[in-house]
Design a protein around this ligand. Structure first.
Ligand SMILES: [Mn+2]
Length: 313
């Protein structure tokens, strides 16, 4: 933390990065960092290789997120990026900033920064809140809104592992600082696009499960996406819904892509899906992970289920 504060103090131009296909914690912690840096007089920019997803456009300053990074910065700060590849197929970090700080909560983080601050807690938003306290950054209503959105999305509304009493304490302080918890929850959870509900219906129609009922999976083909008029963002939450089925320990979503099959995992209590994804060349968290399998959906399904069954007793 000392090293981070020192680098921020020294730097004038700072760029904040988050990962592609950003979630609420990625966008929320990035904007919060951007706002905090500006509030202490830094020239800050923020970058994500994707557009900010519709459901996060209610966040203050979300229109300031850039999808191209130009010029050179004194300091780069990466938030929620488990590896540099997650930024944009691997940004050339040596040419963008003199020093890079990697702030993350993924246990399998590759420690690609010059300074790495990895703490496996609920969200990067929670890490950053504590950092701001040490930086004497005033938690404005806008900063609180972004961090609160990050905390609730990464904890699934305070449900998942890593939701500690400390997480609630941070949420409490964010609410005190002006985060409108009802508005934020409604904006995130009750603002679905029609196409997202349609693709959810199509995926659930084909839901399958193992004999034991401990593994359940759904498949989304390109044709299903076209029929529903769905985009990538519309798939958020589908794999979580599969996990919510009674008795399911591991939920899997298979997604047909031009480059192969994208696979998302969720687990409920016991299975470490980060390890399963790791064996398939991917990664992530113990309860949420992903991988890409270079095969068509049918072959990918066979290969992936075989890996999952190894870990289901
Ligand atoms: Mn996160």
């Amino acid at each position: 933390v000392k090293k981070i504060l020192n680098e921020i103090k020294k730097a004038d131009k700072i760029v904040v990065f988050t990962h592609r296909d950003p979630d609420g914690d990625a966008i929320g912690s990035m904007i919060a960092m951007y706002l905090a840096l500006r509030s202490i007089g830094k020239k800050a920019d923020m970058f994500c290789s994707n557009k900010v997803p519709d459901i996060y456009r209610f966040l203050p300053s979300s229109d300031k997120v850039k999808d191209k990074v130009l010029g050179r910065y004194d300091l780069g700060i990466f938030v929620d990026c488990g590896s540099i590849e997650r930024v944009n197929g691997g940004a050339d970090i040596d040419t963008i900033a003199d020093v890079n700080i990697n702030i993350d909560h993924h246990p399998d983080n590759t420690r690609f920064g010059d300074i790495n601050y990895i703490e496996p807690i609920s969200s990067v938003s929670e890490i950053i809140f504590k950092l701001f306290k040490k930086m004497n950054v005033k938690i404005t209503k806008d900063i609180a809104t972004c961090l609160y959105a990050g905390v609730i999305t990464d904890t699934g509304n305070f449900r998942y592992d890593y939701t500690t009493s400390e997480t609630f304490e941070v949420a409490k302080q964010l609410k005190k600082a002006g985060a409108d918890s009802t508005f934020i929850a409604m904006s995130v959870y009750e603002n679905k696009t029609l196409s997202s509900v349609k693709i959810l219906g199509a995926a659930m129609h084909g839901l399958e499960s193992s004999k034991s009922g401990k593994v359940a999976w759904a498949v989304i083909t390109k044709k299903m996406m076209d029929d529903a008029g769905a985009s990538d963002e519309d798939l958020t939450g589908i794999v979580d819904l599969i996990r919510s089925v009674k008795g399911v320990e591991v939920a899997i979503l298979f997604r047909e892509e031009d480059y192969g099959t994208k696979v998302n995992f969720r687990s409920k209590f016991k299975v470490n899906v980060s390890a399963i994804a790791g064996r398939l060349g991917g990664g992530g968290h113990v309860r949420a992970s992903g991988a890409v399998v270079n095969a068509d959906i049918k072959s990918a399904q066979k290969k992936v289920l075989a890996e999952v069954y190894k870990d289901i007793k």
